[in-house]
Design a protein around this ligand. Structure first.
Ligand code: PEP
Length: 258
């Protein structure tokens, strides 16, 4: 089955409204009349999201940068100071939301349990969840990758049914490769993403597993994206550092045209 690639830039805590506005301008210039073959989105900081909405939404002149949230709360509303709900993101026209990014797991108490709650909440909204998972360096070196991702997927996907799971985008991100400049080799990334598809086939079925898109993330850049995207099971990339600059992001989303 042919799955359309999806490239999402994760800006983390970079690019505020001013930089976002400039980025949008530059990217729009580059994208003018250019055909992009993959889906693409930017996960900007919450305050920046309104500033990277295409100016000419609704006309056929410009591009559509899909918006992605880096995080969201699983409750609709409530006394949760500092949090953002899915309903709020919907009002902005946000299309995707990252769940379980390793930095959220590491610094903000995101667990498989909260990942599960967030996935279920997103699946009841119009936001498409992007579920990030992956092993630490220590787990990688101890050869525990398969066990770790099995646990993350099994617990994260608890009580989510076959129809719902097709809406989830998966992002395999070995923690040792995030922001470190160390990329998993295309072969390593392919191996674990293939394993991920097998796990999904075991929980659901083969047909479902063939349908879901699984990205790779971890020091993806202009120089290595093509080879990663050529791997059979890799359906896109979640890119941090290399997505912050418009030239680099443009090259990433046109990797197949160079
Ligand atoms: C990320 O933020 O998900 C990521 C993969 O970062 P980087 O590309 O900088 O490693």
């Amino acid at each position: 089955m042919k799955r359309k690639k999806i490239i999402i830039g994760n800006w983390k805590m970079y690019n505020g409204p001013e930089q976002g506005h400039i980025f949008l301008h530059k990217l729009e210039e580059k994208l003018n009349n250019k055909k992009i073959n993959c889906d693409f989105a930017i996960a900007a900081p919450f305050v920046t999201l309104p500033y990277i909405m295409p100016h000419d939404h609704g006309t056929n002149k410009g591009i559509e940068i899909d918006l992605c949230a880096q995080n969201f709360h699983y409750q609709n509303e409530g006394a949760f100071t500092g949090e953002i709900s899915l309903a709020m993101l919907e009002q902005l026209g946000v299309r995707y939301g990252i769940v379980g990014h390793s930095e959220r797991r590491q610094y903000f108490n995101e667990t498989n349990k909260t990942v599960n709650l967030k996935l279920k909440a997103a699946l009841n909204s119009s936001i498409i969840p992007v579920m990030a998972f992956g092993e630490t360096l220590e787990e990688f070196e101890k050869n525990q990758t398969d066990d770790v991702i099995l646990k993350q997927l099994t617990e994260g996907l608890k009580e989510i049914n076959k129809t719902q799971i097709e809406r989830i985008i998966f992002a395999y991100e070995p923690i040792w490769a995030i922001g470190t400049g160390k990329t998993a080799t295309p072969k390593q990334a392919q191996k674990t993403i293939k394993k991920t598809r097998e796990i999904i086939a075991n929980i659901y079925d083969q047909k479902t597993a063939e349908k879901v898109r699984i990205q790779y993330g971890g020091s993806v850049k202009v120089e290595n994206i093509k080879e990663l995207m050529e791997q059979k099971d890799i359906d896109g990339a979640l890119v941090g550092g290399a997505s912050v600059d418009p030239d680099s992001f443009f090259k990433l989303i046109t990797y197949d045209q160079n």
